[in-house]
Write a protein that binds this ligand. Structure first.
Ligand SMILES: C[S@@+](CC[C@H](N)C(=O)[O-])C[C@H]1O[C@@H](n2cnc3c(N)ncnc32)[C@H](O)[C@@H]1O
Length: 274
């Protein structure tokens, strides 16, 4: 369908097919299926096309995206059957992931369809045109960064996986969000797939193995509150949410700091070597 499908293929291959082979994952292989996934901020649907092309009717997908010119077009695909895919647009019927009511509606439909368990994995790829404002892409996208992460915590089942698109991650807001996802999943990684244009800021946060404990529940509630706050502030020009985890808390988490530093050092040495 599009180049996005190849990005997910790259991500999947780079992670030893952790998404498309979730039916073979030790935490999920006891079940016969179907295996469920959600594809959020996802029109026209290349990610879903990739998954359904690999797994056909064994996997079932739930989609959520803006109802605009980028709406899902899976019925036009010549390599998958759209029967295994269902699109939702929320109570507002517009597919806006930043609207808290839409999130709750999507959550209830997904949980209903998966007997309360949630999906095995979720992908999200939210982005919009920032022509003329490229330097502000991260700030303009912070609401969808947050809401995509919130949806994942609402609908991914225990030990499930999540991948979401980010652009730059310079602000305290983005760092705090990555930190919170790091606290919820066993492992998080940032990857730039080969098929993503080298000159743009796009990269993917890959979150492996959702934990289920009180911390995750508290973070889910916290992200819900922030999403509601940001929704209320969406038309305000002077007020915004700038930070969601105080920097000193992040800095005091030595394990998080060391692992981020190792990655940065590796990238720098790779660059020098190249
Ligand atoms: C890069 S495209 C996604 C491509 C998709 N992964 C694929 O494989 O075809 C970005 C998508 O994010 C959607 N989007 C942007 N803002 C959104 C929002 N607030 N709520 C829901 N979807 C949004 C756009 O409409 C578009 O469909």
């Amino acid at each position: 369908m599009n180049r996005a499908a190849l990005k997910l293929a790259n991500i999947d291959a780079s992670t030893n097919f952790m998404f498309s082979n979730i039916d073979k994952d030790e935490n999920h292989c006891r079940l016969k299926g179907p295996f469920y996934f959600a594809d959020v901020c996802a029109g026209p649907g290349g990610f879903s096309e990739y998954i359904l092309w690999r797994k056909s009717w064994v996997f079932k997908g739930f989609g959520f995206t803006l109802r605009d010119e980028n709406d899902f077009q899976l019925y036009n695909s010549c390599c998958i059957s759209p029967q295994s895919f269902q699109a939702f647009y929320g109570t507002q019927k517009d597919g806006n992931v930043c609207c808290p009511d839409n999130i709750l509606d999507f959550k209830s439909k997904v949980l209903f369809s998966t007997r309360g368990e949630g999906v095995h994995f979720m992908t999200s790829d939210g982005g919009f045109c920032v022509d003329g404002y490229e330097n502000f892409q991260e700030v303009l996208s912070k609401n969808i960064y947050l809401c995509q992460c919130l949806v994942a915590l609402e609908i991914v089942r225990s030990h499930g996986h999540f991948v979401t698109k980010l652009f730059d991650v310079f602000t305290r807001f983005s760092v705090g969000l990555i930190y919170l996802m790091y606290k919820c999943f066993k492992k998080v990684t940032i990857l730039k797939p080969n098929s993503s244009r080298p000159a743009n800021a796009e990269r993917y946060l890959i979150c492996n193995d959702l934990q289920s404990n009180g911390d995750v529940e508290n973070i889910r509630i916290y992200l819900r509150l922030i999403a509601e706050k940001m929704w209320k502030l969406k038309d305000e020009e002077q007020t915004d949410v700038l930070e969601i985890v105080p920097l000193d808390i992040i800095k005091s988490d030595i394990e998080f700091l060391i692992s981020s530093e190792v990655v940065i050092t590796e990238l720098v040495s790779l660059k020098l070597w190249l």
